[in-house]
Design a protein around this ligand. Structure first.
Ligand SMILES: [Ca+2]
Ligand SMILES: [Ca+2]
Length: 428
């Protein structure tokens, strides 16, 4: 989602912005038959891998559970402790959002602004760094990571972004550093070894246009690729997805890497009739705004839109109301005496998942939370299970344990085995 907007505010329900696949023909995996799956499950159960055992990097559970910002429901977001907890809870991937420091280091923060997620405001030596910058066309006054060296960032400590919604997490305020991408990669590799599971990373390039304005064109993307290629090689089979809400940066990356690319698709809100509300800055990818491309986010999910996305990406990452239509018809479905997003009527798939799969695109959607969210659902396990049943290939959740439980509830026949064959697929 954009740089903040309502998402940075505590929301009792998932406000539109309180948030951020699979298919029979994927070039990423060979689908097994149900019978084969059952057999594989039985075999896996009989010979469970000891901790530290070699697990080929190209095998992963399907669909995947992505630890959104780590385990943001339980720990301050984007901390090594949060990522480690998500892994412990069974997340297949952890999600570092990335921004750049003044000295060009990649660090994990959801925004270039660091006032809401660190204790920078309590550091008198940095009081003068508070400033106003334009982020995707919106003036924001805050402390910006790009005005701090990594050493200065490391003198700060993380704090809970949503203390009202998640008061328990404030117990961890002041304990954790802001991690670098290097540290996140090292953690994922260490945990892969310890658990015998392949723990992937799902880095998001935040605000490429903003970073290009400060550091030069593609400096951000090139730095990320250099790190990823060093750590994982230039391979489609690397346990890595690179995501962005912008388009030009992904198209650039498509020419430089075989690592999987994900086009995120945002919106501003959901209308009562279930259609998406598209209002700036959530209307279009920001590079489209700058280049004058009239297409909206929603346009990327039409037939021609998906054909376009397929030319440079492996997956789409739409906000979940793009996938499941829910309608506000004024009925208190959960009987709690008030009308909320949870009460919306669930009308089923919008067809986006099916269209994307027909084109060989994976579908990963966001964000699922125990303590907010839930368009048409009150119980988060039921909600996530519903999306899994519809065929999403993965989902982002602040509560990885709930995501794993939902997947287990659906996939009682066992996890499907994904095999990556590292063959070329995207257009060049
Ligand atoms: Ca993200
Ligand atoms: Ca209700």
């Amino acid at each position: 989602m954009g740089y903040g907007g309502p998402e940075v505010l505590p929301q009792p329900e998932e406000h539109p912005k309180a948030r951020l696949t699979h298919h029979t023909k994927s070039r990423l995996m060979k689908r097994t038959t149900r019978k084969q799956t059952l057999m594989a499950t039985a075999i896996l159960a009989a010979f469970s891998l000891p901790a530290g055992a070699d697990m080929p990097n190209d095998h992963q559970a399907s669909p995947i559970v992505i630890g959104h910002r780590g385990a943001a429901g339980y720990r301050p977001e984007h901390t090594l402790a949060g990522y480690a907890l998500a892994i412990e809870m069974g997340a297949d991937y952890i999600e570092p959002d990335l921004v750049m420091t003044k000295d060009g280091q990649l660090i994990a923060r959801h925004e270039p602004m660091i006032g809401g997620t660190t204790d920078v405001a309590t550091h008198p030596e940095f009081a003068g760094r508070k400033t106003t910058r334009s982020v995707d066309g919106v003036e924001v006054t805050d402390w910006f990571a790009s005005d701090f060296t990594l050493a200065e960032i490391k003198s700060l400590r993380a704090k809970e972004r949503l203390p009202t919604l998640r008061p328990g997490n404030t117990a961890y305020d002041g304990l954790y550093e802001v991690p670098t991408l290097d540290e996140v990669i090292a953690l994922a590799k260490q945990k892969s070894e310890e658990t015998g599971r392949t723990i992937g990373i799902y880095p998001e390039l935040k605000h490429s246009t903003f970073h290009a304005g400060l550091f030069g064109n593609h400096v951000f993307e090139n730095k990320l690729l250099k790190k990823l290629h060093q750590a994982y090689g230039n391979s489609e089979c690397a346990p890595v997805f690179i995501q962005s809400f912008e388009v030009a940066n992904l198209r650039y990356l498509n020419k430089k890497t075989d690592i999987k690319l994900v086009q995120l698709v945002d919106a501003d809100d959901v209308n009562a009739d279930g259609s998406l509300s598209l209002v700036a800055p959530y209307k279009q990818p920001y590079d489209f705004v700058v280049s004058g491309d009239p297409r909206s986010f929603a346009d990327l999910l039409t037939e021609p839109g998906l054909e376009f996305v397929k030319s440079y990406a492996d997956a789409i990452g739409p906000w979940k109301p793009y996938l499941v239509k829910t309608v506000d018809d004024g009925i208190d479905r959960n009987g709690d005496g008030r009308l909320t997003l949870n009460d919306r009527r669930v009308d089923g798939s919008t067809g986006v998942i099916e269209r994307a799969h027909d084109k060989g695109l994976l579908v990963h959607t966001w964000t699922f939370r125990n303590d907010s969210s839930g368009y048409g659902f009150t119980d988060p396990v039921t909600e996530m299970a519903y999306y899994f049943e519809l065929g999403v290939d993965g989902l982002f959740t602040d509560f990885a344990d709930t995501g794993v439980a939902a997947r287990a509830a659906v996939a009682t026949a066992g996890l499907e085995e994904r095999q990556c064959h590292d063959r070329k697929h995207r257009s060049r």
